[in-house]
Design a protein around this ligand. Sequence first.
Ligand code: COA
Length: 331
Amino acid sequence: MSSGVGILGLGKAVPEKVLTNQDLEAMVDTSDEWITTRTGIKQRHIADPDTAASDLGYAAAVEALANAHADAGHIDLIIAATTTPDMPFPATACLIQDRLKARHAAAFDVAAACSGFMYGVEVGKAMMAAGYQKVLVIGVDVISRLIDYKDRSTCVLFGDGAGAAVLGAVRPGYGILASEIGADGSGAMLLHVPAGGSRIPPQIQSIEAGQHYVKMCGREVYKFAVQIICESTERVLEKAGVSVDQIRWFVPHQANVRIIQAAAERLKLDADRVYVNVDRYGNTSAASVPIALAELVESRKLSEGDLILMVGFGAGLTWGSAVLRWGGFEL
Ligand code: COA
């Protein structure tokens, strides 16, 4: 039996500044009560003006490398999953590669919005099958840069952050047992930022019209999210030959606690197996799944052999999920 692809170590980084529901009450026509009951979010972290994606991504990467006992010089690929790169090019992964002095690493970004980390892990796994040995996958977004803090329907939902994972070989039977990524571009306009790219480049009119901000059809995205979490996770569970009862931790993308609860109920996953931190961070886009995983490890809630079911979903529309058996580190 050949070795598996596992997560050897994780790290996370969030900006210091916290934006609470009470702060938002002073900015838009909303209330702590509305935000809490409709989303489960109590606060989110917001980057200060001189912090960019590569800064948060770098900090998370340093922690992940330390936790994985890995040297940056031994990383042969860096994938940064982000839709808020420092700049259109070079890739944020290249900026992080330089700061890490990861001289032997190729580096590129993947843009799959809130599913970005799951896409990064899938690409990293495939690259390991092609011969790469250690892959650093970073999910990072400074999504606050794309948010209109006058639009109450979006500004209460999101926060900034980064999470990182070092992928490497683990003992057979451990690591990623099954995974998938997918997309349905027919839903592209349900969650998008109209301007700032090649269709509507930065210009005074588009900025004045607020086209550089996130536009979202909340209800449609909500329905898509609950449905795809269930469909995608059921497929990977089947592929892995694992039943839902065997899952120790369900780690879904943290967008809204109601989405998580509705999906968990359909999947018959009771609350003590569902990881939730959306109350503290809001939706951190590509960072959300790796931040949750990093916290699970930090709080010593994971034991050797535990099965983890991860799922991401977001703009695109995109999704990705994986079943991972934790441990098997000593080859
Ligand atoms: N504070 C107070 N009221 C608000 C509000 C806010 N922050 N945002 C919206 N409202 C109002 C609406 O204007 C609407 O008022 P109306 O009935 O007078 O028109 C009312 O609340 C209900 O809005 P609705 O959109 O039906 O609420 P909802 O229960 O669907 O919850 C979301 C809205 C956005 C929380 C929910 O649809 C959602 O979470 N969707 C998925 C979003 C998501 O996860 N996106 C990222 C995916 S990666």
